[in-house]
Design a protein around this ligand. Structure first.
Ligand SMILES: [Zn+2]
Length: 202
């Protein structure tokens, strides 16, 4: 899709209906925050990594080198991290839920906190309790309403288990060591349900 497609031709505004065809609500909020130029110019390819937008061998090499290092670093990630990936991909759950868990582990869910840090103007508060900043940890684990959900779920997850706080990835690693494969799958499905119900994170 080209950037010009979801822009109303006559008004220089984002076309909400077109955006809804392709993006989730949380992404749409981020897109709407991008200002559109009022004078019309033809689309052109821009090289993101140089100031003038033109490709240069020097910046190309720099990016290729950084990507190469990233891949090598990921391959030699700590044992715990690798174990977590394997655990996610081996669970007998729908791919959509696996991708959601992967996003949780990466810390890349589009929470209010994450969107605000990207410049989106919105309320930072949790949509359930309205009291705390909406981080992934709060939305999926620490909010009082979510705690109630976990405590009354078949897994009976109570505060004592979560006392250590930590990230969602830490929590997943902890869950990985407890219970059976069935309870792991149930945990994954419930985590996805909590995320999906709050802001279509899934
Ligand atoms: Zn809350």
């Amino acid at each position: 899709m080209r950037v010009a497609e979801p822009i109303c031709e006559d008004k220089a505004e984002w076309d909400l209906n077109k955006l809804r065809e392709f993006f989730q609500e949380s992404d749409i909020a981020a897109i709407l925050a991008i200002p559109i130029r009022q004078c019309r110019t033809e689309d052109r390819n821009i090289w993101h990594f140089s100031k003038d937008g033109n490709y240069s061998v020097k910046t190309g090499y720099k990016i290729a080198r950084a990507r190469y290092d990233d891949i090598n670093n990921a391959a030699s990630a700590s044992g715990g991290c690798k174990k977590l990936w394997r655990w996610i991909w081996n669970l007998p759950i729908p791919p959509k839920v696996q991708v959601f868990l992967w996003k949780c582990a990466q810390g890349i869910l589009p929470t209010s906190q994450a969107l605000i840090s990207k410049g989106v103007k919105m309320e930072p508060y949790c949509k359930r309790c309205g009291e705390y900043e909406e981080t992934a940890e709060h939305a999926l684990r620490d909010c009082e309403w979510v705690k109630l959900f976990w405590a009354t779920s078949p897994l009976r997850i109570r505060e004592t288990r979560q006392d250590g706080g930590g990230t969602i990835a830490d929590w997943m690693e902890e869950m990985m060591t407890l219970g059976s494969k069935e309870s792991h799958s149930l945990f994954a499905m419930l985590l996805h349900a909590v995320g999906g119900a709050c802001e279509s994170y899934g």
